[in-house]
Design a protein around this ligand. Structure first.
Ligand SMILES: Cc1cc2nc3c(=O)[nH]c(=O)nc-3n(C[C@H](O)[C@H](O)[C@H](O)COP(=O)(O)OP(=O)(O)OC[C@H]3O[C@@H](n4cnc5c(N)ncnc54)[C@H](O)[C@@H]3O)c2cc1C
Length: 389
């Protein structure tokens, strides 16, 4: 098989890149190690920046998003037993849209199928080759038979544990990492959200986030120890602990119900530099991870593939390498700002094992400053709705 761009991974980064390239007339093939249903069953992000929505509009897959997505003008931040609203729209003129990552993925998969584009699901032992040369290749196994795709470029969109970044020789890559000493225990339930906007809570028992996927599907997170066991968290225990961390009005409004998904996710900040290795590019979680506190992971995957698709379009349409030469620096500039924002939100809102009373007081002072200063509110809002591309 031959294609212009071989994309490894059918997560949001790979699927959106494939659709953008198709829009620009650049043929591409996606190789995904799991099956379609497995990818769609992964419950992850839910907050989309306007820039992400614009990209989904550009590739013509946002009709359902505009029908079903919830527009949020602000968020609430709770500490010291009281809630404070941050009006992001008033501060920036921009909003965010609540629409689940699974729905984004489904819309992109459907559009790809309708356009007759090739996606090889359950492709195993995927390996990028010769990306330092002008003739890169990707090999894989499908149903026990080996295959190879010759291509002009490889896009490594295969997430944090993928093969693309792992295939780069260590001397060519620099990584930066922070692992946080706690995780997020999350549940999804078919219940109405406790409030019409997200509530981020700093509490002495640990951080809590009340979020949602729709007006009848809620997502709640509790900060938990990294070594916590999911089996020790029956639904009743989860709801009891959530109530302990919420303000009284939220407790009154909370509707509980059986969980339909429950998981523990570790929190990590990670950046790999550069994001280009000859004729292979990294995009999305393959190159960087942020703790979900700032709702940036999926949105960064989108901005990466925006830069990458533009660079490849320039290469094919204008016979210019300037875009692909500048891709890594351009993407990393935005990535690091989102890494900083996600780290800052995480630091301000979570209980750290070594923070002591002093650290707790500093957090409360910072939160009080945040909700009482126009400058601080604007700064959070600008970052939360998404920095410009
Ligand atoms: C529990 C959780 C909650 C999150 N919450 C949020 C949030 O609220 N907001 C937010 O913005 N972000 C959130 N994120 C992050 C967000 O989900 C990711 O940033 C996003 O999925 C990145 O997309 P991606 O396409 O780069 O990577 P992925 O979604 O990881 O997709 C990579 C794809 O590559 C495939 N793959 C991997 N290895 C191979 C291989 N060897 N061969 C072929 N295919 C391969 C994988 O199966 C997968 O389909 C969350 C993440 C988690 C885990």
């Amino acid at each position: 098989m031959r294609t212009k761009v071989a994309i490894i991974g059918a997560g949001p980064a790979g699927l959106l890149l494939g659709q953008l390239l198709h829009t620009y007339g650049i043929d591409n093939v996606i190789l995904e190690r799991k099956d379609r249903d497995y990818v769609l069953a992964r419950i992850r992000a839910g907050v989309l920046e306007q820039g992400t929505v614009n990209l989904l509009d550009e590739v013509g897959v946002a009709a359902r998003l505009h029908r079903e997505g919830l527009i949020h003008d602000g968020i609430e931040v709770a500490f010291g037993g009281a809630r404070h609203r941050i009006d992001m729209k008033a501060a920036t003129g921009k909003t965010v849209t609540i629409y689940g990552q699974t729905e984004v993925t489904r819309d992109l998969m459907d559009a790809r199928k309708a356009a007759g584009l090739t996606t090889v699901y359950q492709a195993t032992d995927v390996k990028p080759h010769d990306f330092d040369s002008d003739h890169p290749r990707v090999s894989y196994l499908k149903d026990g038979t080996s295959h190879e795709i010759a291509c002009d470029f490889i896009a490594g969109c295969d997430g944090f544990h993928g093969v693309s970044r792992a295939g780069v020789k260590p001397s060519a890559i620099q990584t930066y990492e922070r692992i946080y000493p706690f995780g997020w225990l999350g549940i999804l339930s078919e219940t109405p959200p406790v409030s019409h906007e997200l509530i981020y809570t700093n509490h002495a028992r640990g951080f809590t986030l009340c979020t949602m996927r729709s007006m009848h599907r809620s997502r709640y997170y509790l900060q938990c120890p990294l070594d916590d066991d999911i089996d020790q968290w029956p639904d009743d225990r989860f709801w009891d602990e959530l109530k302990r961390r919420l303000d009284p009005k939220a407790v009154d409004n909370l509707v509980t119900g059986p969980s339909i998904e429950k998981s523990i996710a570790p929190l990590r900040s990670f950046v790999a530099e550069p994001m280009r290795f000859g004729r292979m590019f990294l995009a999305g979680d393959a190159a960087h991870i942020v703790p979900p506190t700032g709702a940036k992971g999926l949105n960064l995957a989108a901005s990466d593939v925006h830069y990458l698709s533009g660079a490849l379009r320039e290469y094919y349409d204008e016979k210019s390498s300037a875009g692909i030469d500048g891709y890594s620096a351009k993407a990393l500039c935005r990535v690091w700002k989102a890494v900083r924002f996600s780290w800052w939100m995480t630091s301000m809102l979570h209980k750290f094992p070594d923070q002591g009373e002093f650290g707790a007081r500093i957090q409360l002072a910072e939160l009080d400053y945040l909700v009482s200063s126009k400058a601080a509110t604007t700064s959070l809002s600008e970052n939360y709705v998404g920095l410009p591309y």
